[in-house]
Structure formats: C-alpha cells, structure tokens
Design a protein. Structure first.
Length: 82
C-alpha cells in the first residue's frame, strides 16, 4: 500500500519454514516529519531507529509510529550499534 514499508521479524530457526510464526512491524512512512522527508532526498538516506521488542519483551508488531520510531535524514550513516 502506498506510504507503507514493512519490517518482518521471524521467530525460530534461520530462514523460512512451514509453520514459522511471523510478526511484522509496519513502519508508517506517512508519519515521517515533513522536514525529515524534505531532507532525505538531499542527503540520500532516511533512517528509522526503533526497538524490535515491546515493553514486555515480545516482538514489536502492528503499525509503528512516533514515539516508537525515530526518523532522521543523517548526512552520513551512523556507526553500527554494538
């Protein structure tokens, strides 16, 4: 659907297999701040930072909007988190 992106989190053995239970968190691009949306094409990147688990430690699922996701358009990619 336009304006939506999906991040899929699987639980179980690596790869897909029959019976694998999936939960998905939908990153809602229409929730990105207009200033960030305008900056993204100039710098060539749009970054989303979010936890992949909810407050109870279960996989995050459903639509994810701020404040659960923080959007930015950084001038360079940040160093990976250890």
């Amino acid at each position: 659907m336009p304006g939506e992106d999906t991040w899929v989190v699987g639980r179980g053995a690596p790869g897909f297999r029959v019976g694998l239970r999936l939960r998905r968190a939908k990153l809602m691009l229409d929730a990105v701040d207009p200033d960030t949306t305008a900056a993204a094409p100039r710098c060539g990147r749009l970054l989303a930072r979010l936890r992949l688990t909810d407050a109870c430690g279960r996989p995050l699922c459903a639509q994810v909007r701020p404040p659960l996701v923080e959007w930015s358009a950084p001038a360079r990619w940040p160093d990976p988190v250890a």
